[in-house]
Design a protein around this ligand. Structure first.
Ligand code: ZN
Length: 169
């Protein structure tokens, strides 16, 4: 496993629509391990493949963080087939440092996906795990938390990042 650099705004890879992940391949097994290690190291509770520059439909999640009793989920080609209720949560994203946006999501979701070896799995999630799943699945469609912010906040964030990048140059 390796810690990969996390792509941040305005990297265009974050806007790509990802292609299908091929289960039971060395590429996916290795990427899964790297994603997990990168997520724990960040630290974060979810990471999607495009956030490390690989535009395939795979996300890793672990809402326990790296507390020692990890419960990681690897979701390949995930699809939300049912959602209900609503929950509002102040979300951050490893690809958008220093940005947090309050987002309304479904409180309960049922998601179908394949595990790393291609076995179909159905998962019912609510609360924080449901929020994290919806957040990560957005990444696979090129959708990011900035899209949920008001135009004014989007503009402020763009300017802030531009300033930081100018200072680094
Ligand atoms: Zn994110």
């Amino acid at each position: 496993m390796a810690i990969l650099p996390i792509r941040t705004f305005p990297d265009p890879v974050l806007r790509n629509i990802c292609s299908k992940a091929e289960p039971a391949t060395d590429f996916i097994r290795k990427l899964a391990g790297d994603l997990l290690e990168t997520m724990y190291n960040a630290p974060g509770i979810g990471l999607a493949a495009p956030q490390v520059g690989e535009c395939v439909r795979m996300v890793v999640l672990d809402i326990t963080g790296s507390t020692g009793d990890e419960v990681p989920y690897f979701l390949l080609n995930p699809e939300i087939v049912h959602s209900e209720g609503s929950i509002s949560f102040e979300e951050g994203c490893l690809s958008f440092p220093e940005l947090s946006v309050e987002i309304d999501r479904a409180n309960t979701v049922r998601v179908i996906f394949q595990d790393l070896e291609g076995t179909p799995v159905t998962l019912e999630a609510d609360g924080l795990l449901a929020v994290a799943i919806q957040h990560e699945l957005d990444h696979l469609e090129g959708r990011v938390i900035m899209d949920y912010a008001s135009p004014v906040r989007r503009d402020l964030y763009r300017r802030k990042v531009r300033k930081i990048l100018a200072q680094e140059a």
